[in-house]
Write a protein that binds this ligand. Structure first.
Ligand SMILES: C[S@@+](CC[C@H](N)C(=O)[O-])C[C@H]1O[C@@H](n2cnc3c(N)ncnc32)[C@H](O)[C@@H]1O
Length: 229
């Protein structure tokens, strides 16, 4: 959820000792300590709640969050459904360390370093995959690779649930939307770009809900099912 106007995800961010090949949670590594506060100020908790509710978790399901950052959604999902098995992956070790600290005392949840476009899991290993505010951190090519990887690690009938900036955003959605509409990263999330990406990867996809957001422009929820259950 960083300032997408400043960095390309595959451009080095920070100084030469701090080069990364991903766009971190708050756009800049130095801002990570403020990320959870920022999400609270943006009112993201109710959106996380909705995403987890849409996933209809039950005991015994194996659930992966790609781009879990500081673990907000993975931990919330675990608290909502303690009998589900939760895994969060993210390329950012510092975000993962925060997630691990926040999950202390919980069982059946763990965090690993990894990239959505190269998932370190076997085919069909998961019943659900969650993606919260992560897709806009990827360029189009990486998004396509990530969609293919999620398809691979989901079992037939398994579902991907997405919450992200974008959808059918127009200038009428306000100042933040007008800013997003001119933004290269957000562009890959706009209109029907996400459903098309997922259908191309083999999913059946539907938009679940969309809402204007004062500071983000527009947030949209999607559900994509791997056919063949
Ligand atoms: C805005 S944060 C969202 C974190 C969390 N999902 C949430 O909703 O609070 C985006 C996250 O995506 C991660 N990310 C960036 N590139 C990624 C990639 N290629 N694969 C997986 N995660 C990535 C970043 O490190 C960051 O933690």
């Amino acid at each position: 959820m960083g300032d997408m106007t400043e960095h390309h995800p595959y451009s080095p961010v920070g100084d030469s000792a701090d080069r990364r090949d991903y766009l971190p949670a708050a756009g800049l590594h130095a801002l990570l300590p403020g990320y959870d506060l920022l999400t609270r100020l943006l009112g993201m908790r109710k959106n996380y709640d909705n995403l987890v509710a849409q996933a209809e978790l039950v005991d015994g399901l194996r659930v992966l969050e790609i781009g879990c950052g500081t673990g907000n959604v993975t931990i919330l999902a675990k608290r909502r459904q303690p009998g589900a098995e939760l895994v969060g992956i993210d390329p950012d070790p510092k975000a993962l360390a925060r997630a691990q600290r926040k999950a202390l005392g919980l069982t059946g949840i763990h965090f690993d370093r990894g990239y959505a476009q190269s998932l370190p899991f076997a085919d069909g290993e998961f019943d659900r995959v969650l993606s919260s505010m992560m897709l806009h951190h990827l360029d189009d090519e990486t998004k396509a690779a990530a969609a293919a990887e999620v398809f691979r690690v989901l079992r037939p009938g398994g579902r991907l649930h997405i919450l992200d900036v974008g959808g059918h955003m127009t200038a009428a959605d306000g100042f933040a939307a007008r800013r997003m509409l001119g933004n290269a990263h957000a562009a890959g999330n706009l209109g029907d770009a996400i459903p098309r990406l997922l259908v191309d990867a083999g999913f059946d996809c539907r938009e679940v809900a969309t809402q204007r957001h004062r500071f983000i422009g527009r947030l949209t929820f999607y559900c994509a099912t791997r056919p063949g259950a």
